[in-house]
Design a protein around this ligand. Sequence first.
Ligand SMILES: NC(=O)c1ccc[n+]([C@@H]2O[C@H](COP(=O)([O-])OP(=O)(O)OC[C@H]3O[C@@H](n4cnc5c(N)ncnc54)[C@H](OP(=O)(O)O)[C@@H]3O)[C@@H](O)[C@H]2O)c1
Length: 253
Amino acid sequence: MKNIQKVLITGGGSGIGLALARKFLAQGHQVSITGRNVSKLEQVKAALPQINIYQSDVTKEDQVQKLAQQLEKEWGGIDVLVNNAGIMLLLDSGNEGNDLTKQFEEIEINFQSPIRLLHHFLPQLKKSKKATLINVSSGLAYVSFAQAPVYSATKAALHFWTQAIRPQLKAHSIRVVELLPPVVDTKLAKDADLKDDNLKPMPPEKLAELFWKDYNKGKEEITPGISKQLKWMSRFAPKFIFKQLNKQVIPQK
Ligand SMILES: NC(=O)c1ccc[n+]([C@@H]2O[C@H](COP(=O)([O-])OP(=O)(O)OC[C@H]3O[C@@H](n4cnc5c(N)ncnc54)[C@H](OP(=O)(O)O)[C@@H]3O)[C@@H](O)[C@H]2O)c1
C-alpha cells in the first residue's frame, strides 16, 4: 500500500509553494498550505478542494504554535515540512533612506521563520515514520546578487543552516532536503522585474517536475536549471560568476 504523507507547505498559496503542493497532491499525498492572505488561500481551495488551508504568518510565534497544535489535532501531525514562504527586496544599500523594518522583516521571513517552523514541528517530525524537512533557499545562496543584498544573505544563511542540521536530524531519521531554485516565473520574480537575459524565468510547474525527480532519487541538494551552474562556478570561478550575475548592481526601480 502507498505511504500517504501529510505535507505542510508554508507560503503554498502561490508560485513555487503552490506548484509543489500540486505535485504532492497529484501523488495522492495530503497537503496543507499556509499564507497571510486568506482570500488567496480560499481561491486555491476553490480550485483544489482536497487541499487544507491555514491562515498563518511564519513570523508570528503564536500563529505558528497554534498551527502546530491544529495540525496535530486535525491530522495527527505532519510527515513533511516545506519551508517555502519568502520575500525578496531589491535595494541599494548605499541609500540612507532605506526602510530598516522591511529589511529585518525579510530576514525574519526568509531565515528566522524556517528555524521557528522546525522548532514547533520537530515533535511531529520525530514521530513520523518518513519525516522530511524541505528548505526552499535559492541559487543565490551560492552567488550573492547585489541588487538584493539582504535576500542573498538570508538564502546563504538558510543554505548553511540546512547543511549543519542535516547530520543532526539524520540521527532522528529526519531527511533534510534543500531546493535551490533558479529564477522562477512567480510574483516574487515579476515584482523584482529582473532584467538579465541570463535569468530567464523557469515556469513553476517545470521547477516542481525537476524537484520531484531529484527528490525521489534521494538527492539532498536540488539545483534545477542555472542553479547547478551557479553552484559549480561559485567554487571554480567565484569572481567571474559574481561579475556575470552583477552587471547591474543598483536596482532600476
Ligand atoms: N521565484 C524565484 O525566482 C525564486 C528563486 C529562488 C528561490 N525562490 C524562493 O521560493 C520561495 C517561494 O517564492 P515564490 O517565487 O513562489 O514567490 P511568491 O509567489 O511570492 O510566493 C511566496 C509565498 O510566501 C508567502 N509568504 C510571504 N511572507 C509570508 C509570511 N510572513 N507568512 C506566511 N507566508 C508568507 C506568500 O503568501 P502571503 O503573501 O499570502 O503571505 C506567498 O504565497 C521563496 O522562499 C523564494 O525566496 C524563488
